[in-house]
Write a protein that binds this ligand. Structure first.
Ligand SMILES: NC(=O)c1ccc[n+]([C@@H]2O[C@H](COP(=O)([O-])OP(=O)(O)OC[C@H]3O[C@@H](n4cnc5c(N)ncnc54)[C@H](OP(=O)(O)O)[C@@H]3O)[C@@H](O)[C@H]2O)c1
Length: 338
């Protein structure tokens, strides 16, 4: 069995996460038991939620254990098998973690899923046709529930979730506006992702001026907002919400390092009779089949061309992860392991 390089959580961050929170170790791979397969990971997914799991704090998920391989989504190929349903060569998506190989009991429900790479590239199963894509789908379809002609807005617009949101909302005939960091990201959002407009929040020093720019891009107000960021961006969007608007609270990345995110005008929730709903995509497994079918078709048809930021080799995962938390990624952040 091969040697397996892994990245463990060595110690917990105080404030901003650091490279020194992680340690690279080499482990032996155990021999396979009946039902198990050895998966060689081709790509590791880096996701903002991993920052929350580095804390030992109450949350919807258990904290990442110290001295253990960091958890995370992976796609790869079965290279040894003692499970007839997953022969050698099967391409699979799973939760292999920050390591080069994983041994998986493929009979455990949900542990592995075989994927078809004929029309959709393997890496897309970690992004547009994976957890981030389904996240966009759930918040848009089940919380915002737009009608054709509605105006919908998403923050972190060019990221893994935001880019899928654009394709799904355009398919439903919405006026779709993004908020992203930097002119290059905003140009890409309009030229490549299909946004009708994109606002560079870094051009604005306060919520009032950002809010004025949002108003100009949303002349009919906002019917649905998909929140990925929090803080100034949320304070700028809230005054632009239409009566009976819906806000899907997906993420608050501006606060993941512990910064407070004060809400300056909560009375608007009452005045505009808003519905605000937080959600965790893994708690809505019932929507995954329909979501993955639609997202897979959008990718196969070239209507969702999500960009990827690809770091090379496992030892560069911590740096790429810290960059993701600062917006250095441009599209879905992956680590290529093969
Ligand atoms: N609820 C769920 O089940 C669920 C599932 C998946 C993801 N999420 C959440 O969805 C959000 C997007 O995830 P993703 O995987 O698609 O990540 P992503 O958008 O690919 O990458 C994160 C982006 O967040 C933006 N960002 C980082 N720090 C920021 C700050 N201080 N202020 C404003 N923007 C900041 C950056 O974009 P800019 O350069 O444009 O600022 C960065 O590129 C995250 O909040 C994540 O936690 C939630």
């Amino acid at each position: 069995m091969p040697e397996n390089r892994q990245i463990h959580l060595d110690n917990r961050p105080a404030g901003e996460a650091q490279a020194s929170n992680f340690v690279l170790v080499t482990a032996q791979t155990p021999a396979l038991q009946d039902g198990e397969v050895l998966v060689r990971h081709h790509f590791l997914s880096l996701d903002p939620y991993m920052r929350g799991r580095m804390n030992d704090a109450k949350s919807y998920a258990q904290p990442q254990a110290l001295g253990q391989t960091m958890g995370g989504g992976t796609v790869g190929e079965v290279v040894e098998s003692r499970n007839p349903r997953y022969p050698v060569g099967t391409k699979v998506v799973g939760m292999g973690g920050w390591q080069e190989y994983s041994v998986v009991n493929a009979d455990v429900p949900g542990a592995l899923r075989a994927v078809d790479t004929r029309h959709v590239p393997l890496s897309a199963y970690l992004g547009a046709v994976g957890m981030p894509g389904v996240t966009a789908y759930y918040g848009l379809v089940h919380i915002i529930a737009p009608k054709a002609g509605d105006t919908v807005v998403v923050s972190a617009a060019t990221g893994a979730v935001g880019s899928a949101f654009a394709a799904l909302s355009k398919a439903r005939g919405c006026h779709t506006v993004g908020i992203a960091g930097g002119a290059e990201k905003c140009k890409y959002a309009v030229d490549e992702l299909g946004f009708d407009a994109c606002i560079d929040y870094k051009e604005y020093s306060d919520a009032a001026s950002l809010s004025a720019a949002i108003a100009a891009a949303c002349p009919n107000g906002i019917d649905g907002y998909f929140e990925n960021v929090g803080g100034m961006v949320l304070n700028a969007v809230l005054p632009r919400m239409n009566a009976f608007g819906r806000i899907a609270v997906c993420g608050m990345i501006a606060g993941y390092n512990g910064a407070p995110l004060p809400l300056t005008q909560p009375a608007l929730i009452l005045m505009q009779r808003l519905k605000i709903e937080g959600f965790i995509v893994s708690e809505h497994m019932e929507v995954w089949p329909a979501a993955l079918a639609e997202l897979g078709a959008l990718v196969a048809d070239g209507k969702l061309r999500a960009r990827e930021s690809i770091a090379q080799s496992l030892e560069n995962a911590p740096e790429a992860f810290l960059g993701l938390l600062k917006g250095k990624n441009f599209g879905k952040q992956l680590v290529k392991l093969v």
